[in-house]
Design a protein around this ligand. Sequence first.
Ligand SMILES: [Zn+2]
Length: 225
Amino acid sequence: MFRFYIIVACLSQLLSAETASSKLTNIDYHENNIVSLTFDDGPSNVTTGIILDILKEEKVKATFFVLGLQAKNNPKLIERIHNDGHEIGNHTYDHKNLSLLSAQGIRQQIEKTQEILKKQHLSVNWFRPPYGAGARRARTVADEFNLKTILWTVDTKDWQKSNPSSVEKSVDQYVQNGSIVLMHDTKRVTMEALRNIIHHLKKSKYTFVTLSERQKIVSERLKAK
Ligand SMILES: [Zn+2]
């Protein structure tokens, strides 16, 4: 079991490095530090609406990795996330650990969610496997749907915290230019921490970008090098 977690952790690091941070090293970022806030597991009819209110008030755009099941049950929230200018990514149908599924099982998880989102006329660019598990194999399947697989670089571990200041600290401590911050819009503690997280990042002159905006900026900056 322990070995399994090590492998998962290594793969996660590898993938996030490939898709995210390694591209950012050696890039001159004197101007405009960028950060991408990402919210997984929703939408929730308890907390997502309040998170959207805060993002709107603060004029911050984020990326929501939604579950197909939650999207099906909360179409109005999906519509609102989209209309508010946020990006929506695929986070499987019902949050299965993909390292335990066959390729066909993974395909079904992704496809079911794509179909639900397509019914709402959304174009989806990103896929994030639950727990970051089985990411390497999941990426091959996600490619079939033209979805880019991406993990994160800053894990707030909000799912195991009850104190908002502890969630805030994990961002303050680990954020850097180009960071992808993992949070959950299903967590009350995240809702409570979000405004301070944004205020601290604004104070440090960060610009908030969705993952697609981030990718554009990163590739432009790489070209300029
Ligand atoms: Zn998740």
